[in-house]
Design a protein around this ligand. Structure first.
Ligand code: 2IT
Length: 446
């Protein structure tokens, strides 16, 4: 490894004690970037890697709120504004019990390079709170979101930092946060993406991550002369990303045989049809677990406490949460004939599993490439807001297709340029990195 890269890794570990997730994300990027360092001695002189691994700003704040019984709760709120070298900070907010600074720094770091790959002018950020909306009433969620924005509104804005949804934050939460922001600032601007369709949202945004994932997989398949038609697909999760992926995969003639929740997975030999796919949304609205599928649809089977990776498939699309596939699950999938694993969630594979993809006959795409359709469509929502337009679904969908094609091409071309044919991790990391590093070099020491 290049001495400079080693030094920065050692520095990152020393200055971020206990933040294992963040360190892993930095390491994954720097291991790829290592091979281009000899060609770019100017990066060391300008301390590009030290600057890139240090967030520009982190905002931590208290979020006090009252539940329906009048009990007071205090949560921790965060926004990691990691890099604004190529545009305003952009990235989701996550509301989940396990949210902490380590997870958010790791996701914000990933987001920098994901956003760079989209080709749109967006910097990297991520935020959230250790609050779970699960089992909470609408009133409770509204009070929490309002309090969260009271802590954050000074630090965000359409040209400053534009949050969106992530796990635990969907249209409802974005609505409550946008409303509170608008009141506090007396300003109507595109400060969030994922907004409702009648107040500045974009067509296709709810579907975009899942659609983009499937478009990306189409290009992976095309590179080996295959199509998605007739392929068996295992999806995990039953949220927004999984829903969009199921919809598009089915529309293109694939057979989606699994989806999953935290309680287990559903297997459907017939393949999910439209009614079942839409039922995923109903279950979420009703705050019900995935097990209800088996009662409603004959022929589907619920496997409690298990993940779907033991099933036979051609393509696996993890769309639930981070670290949802470990090395032995990946091995099982490949033993059963799986040829493509493409991440719909962020950091779906454990570090060991990512490592193992290198020695297995499987094509693997990291989330920062294959799930970038969500944030790409957020970028399109920002464009529409700034010119006061709302584009038709076909228009947005075509732009999304073009962007996913562009990301795939960047990954493949960059990997090939450095003699790493077919290595999507390398291609995504290096292509994403080079754009940000060039912007930083051109903008001076800031
Ligand atoms: O991980 C992600 O890319 C997102 N949660 C979407 C971020 C965004 O700003 O749309």
């Amino acid at each position: 490894m290049h001495r400079y890269v080693e030094q920065v890794l050692e520095r990152t570990q020393r200055l971020n004690p206990g933040q294992v997730g963040f360190f892993d994300s930095v390491k994954e990027l720097l291991v790829s970037v290592d091979s281009i360092m000899d060609q770019h001695p100017e990066y060391e002189k300008a301390a590009i890697l030290e600057r890139m691994t240090e967030p520009e700003r982190i905002i931590c704040f208290r979020v006090p709120w009252q539940d329906d019984k009048g009990t007071v709760h205090i949560n921790k709120g965060y926004r990691v504004q990691f890099s604004s070298a190529i545009g305003p900070y952009k990235g989701g907010l996550r509301f989940a019990e396990n949210v902490n600074l380590d997870i958010l720094k790791s996701l914000a770091f990933e987001q920098i390079f994901k956003n760079s790959l989209t080709g749109l002018p967006m910097g990297g950020g991520k935020g959230g709170a250790d609050f779970s909306p699960k089992g909470r009433s609408d009133d409770e969620i509204m009070r929490f979101c309002q309090s969260f924005i009271q802590g954050l509104f000074k630090y965000i804005g359409a040209g400053v930092d534009v949050p969106a949804g992530d796990l635990g934050v969907s249209g409802k939460e974005i609505g409550y946060m946008f409303g509170e922001y608008r009141r506090l600032k007396s300003l109507y601007e595109g400060v969030f993406t994922g907004k409702g369709m009648c107040w500045g949202g974009s067509n296709i945004r709810p579907e975009a991550t899942g659609y983009g994932l499937v478009y990306f997989v189409q290009h992976m398949l095309a590179s080996r002369g295959e199509s998605i038609e007739g392929k068996r697909v295992c999806v995990s999760g039953f949220g927004n990303v999984a829903w969009g992926a199921c919809k598009k995969a089915r529309a293109l003639g694939a057979k989606v045989v699994t989806i999953s929740g935290s309680a287990g997975y559903i297997y459907d030999e017939a393949g999910l049809d439209e009614e079942k796919i839409e039922y995923m949304l109903t279950l979420r609205k009703l705050n019900q677990g995935i097990g209800a599928f088996q009662d409603k649809f004959k022929g589907t089977k619920f496997f409690p406490g298990k993940r779907p990776w033991g099933e036979k498939c051609d393509i696996a699309l993890p769309c639930a949460c981070q670290n949802e596939m470990n090395a032995s699950e990946l091995q099982t999938l490949v033993n059963n004939g799986c040829k493509i694993v493409a991440e719909g969630s962020n950091l779906s594979l454990t570090t060991d599993a990512v490592e193992l993809t290198r020695s297995l006959p499987v094509m693997y795409s990291p989330g920062k490439a294959s799930n970038a359709g969500g944030v790409a469509c957020s970028g399109l929502e920002m464009s529409q807001n700034s010119i006061m337009e709302q584009w038709k679904p076909e228009v947005v969908d075509q732009k999304l297709k073009d962007i996913m094609f562009g990301i795939h091409k960047k990954c493949v071309d960059t990997a090939a340029q450095y003699g790493k044919e077919g290595d999507y991790v390398f291609g995504a990391n290096v292509a994403g990195f080079l754009k940000v590093a060039t912007a930083m070099m051109e903008q001076g020491l800031v």
